[in-house]
Design a protein around this ligand. Structure first.
Ligand SMILES: C[S@@+](CC[C@H](N)C(=O)[O-])C[C@H]1O[C@@H](n2cnc3c(N)ncnc32)[C@H](O)[C@@H]1O
Length: 359
């Protein structure tokens, strides 16, 4: 039986048949093609994979997010049923660390309705192994997410959603596309310029060659969840690398085995991501009626939640691991590591005061 075509072959065939594809279509195929997408394969996390994330660096990250969640539940009057939804839960490490802390609060375990949104079968199996005791349910979409208060957590999820790219030329804005040039994948521009009115005001005066990235998939997810939170009560916490104000600049990147990789070279074998436009997410949440709290750096968020004290306590309890704990804290909070690049975003029902977002 002939081998089934590889993802690069499928993409090239599609381009030959229907013409160049948008960057969003390319990114979507690379990451979540039903059988051959990057996020449909083996677990990509950890030292043996392509990248490492904050919850995999230290349990302190998840424990502090657990405190954040339980504090909001308490502010909401400890509702008897509360849905906790994680988007892109990876290995389930963040949620396991969160729930170890949150379930110490009386009544929280009984109120908990745990939902997970995940595309990767290998990671779903790991999430199940770690979180089985909390009776998780995996959801396929956002039409119904419980009917009571909803708390949403997403770490490094929004950066994995497809973006469209637009390039400014002297004729106007053109969508950037992926096509074939002498048989090799290459970026090009769609021939017809878009009306300037469809571009956000913030990029209206961009110089020729400027690139604007539109996170339409991320904004759609935020909008749908924000509408649900707006009617049912709750909050959305998203931690990711990104920028506070809509701007121009290319951030689409490929990562393979912990190093930068060509975005076009190995579809399906390279992680593709783009920095998150938190301003666009905030607009979507604000339009749904939520209060969007000022963006804070991951360092400030974790400092305010007490990572210093937590690191000290963990170090005293495990003297042999004290140096590793201090190193993990530095990695999560130092400005030249994850501290400034990563930001914490929170949109919440009016009246809630999310911990970590104000002094
Ligand atoms: C960069 S990993 C982050 C994992 C985890 N949150 C952590 O911090 O370790 C991205 C996560 O989002 C999931 N994911 C990516 N695209 C997705 C999509 N379109 N739908 C659902 N899950 C997705 C991945 O499988 C993975 O669990």
């Amino acid at each position: 039986m002939p081998d089934s075509p590889t993802l690069p072959d499928l993409i090239d065939m599609q381009i030959r048949t229907t013409g160049p594809m948008s960057v969003a279509t390319y990114m979507g195929l690379c990451l979540t093609h039903p059988h051959k997408g990057y996020y449909k394969g083996a677990d990509p996390l950890g030292a043996a994979g392509d990248f490492i994330t904050a919850p995999e660096i230290s349990q302190m990250f998840g424990e502090l997010v657990g405190f954040f969640v339980v504090n909001l539940w308490q502010q909401m009057g400890q509702p008897k049923a509360c849905t906790l939804l994680e988007l892109g839960p990876g290995r389930g490490t963040l949620m396991a660390d969160m729930l170890r802390v949150a379930c110490r609060a009386e009544g929280f375990r009984d109120a908990l309705d745990l939902r997970l949104f995940e595309t990767n079968p290998a990671l779903i199996a790991e999430q199940n192994a770690r979180l089985e005791a909390y009776d998780p349910n995996w959801i396929q979409g956002f039409d119904t997410v419980g009917d009571g208060p909803l708390l949403v957590v997403a770490n490094e999820f929004f950066d994995a959603l497809p973006i469209r790219q637009f390039v400014r030329t002297t004729q106007g804005w053109h969508e950037r596309v992926v096509g074939l040039l002498e048989g090799r994948r290459a970026f090009g521009l769609s021939p017809t310029p878009l009306p300037p009115s469809v571009m956000p005001d913030a990029v209206a005066d961009a110089a020729p060659n400027a690139i604007y990235e539109a996170a339409l998939a991320g904004t759609e997810v935020m909008s749908r969840l924000a509408h649900t939170v707006s009617t049912q009560g709750g909050a959305i916490l998203a931690i990711d690398y990104g920028y506070a104000m809509t701007q121009t600049g290319e951030t689409l990147q490929g990562i393979r085995r912990h190093a930068y990789a060509d975005v076009l070279a190995s579809p399906g074998d390279t992680d593709l991501s783009a920095h998150v436009d938190f301003n666009a997410l905030g607009d979507a949440a604000g339009k749904a009626g939520l209060t969007v709290h000022p963006l804070v750096s991951q360092a400030r968020f974790l400092d305010r939640l007490g990572i210093g004290d937590r690191a000290k306590a963990l170090g005293l309890a495990n003297p042999g691991a004290a140096a590793d704990i201090a190193a993990a804290r530095r990695r999560l909070t130092a400005p030249d590591q994850m501290g400034d690049l990563f930001k914490a975003f929170c949109a919440a029902s009016p009246g809630l005061v999310p911990p970590g977002f104000s002094p």
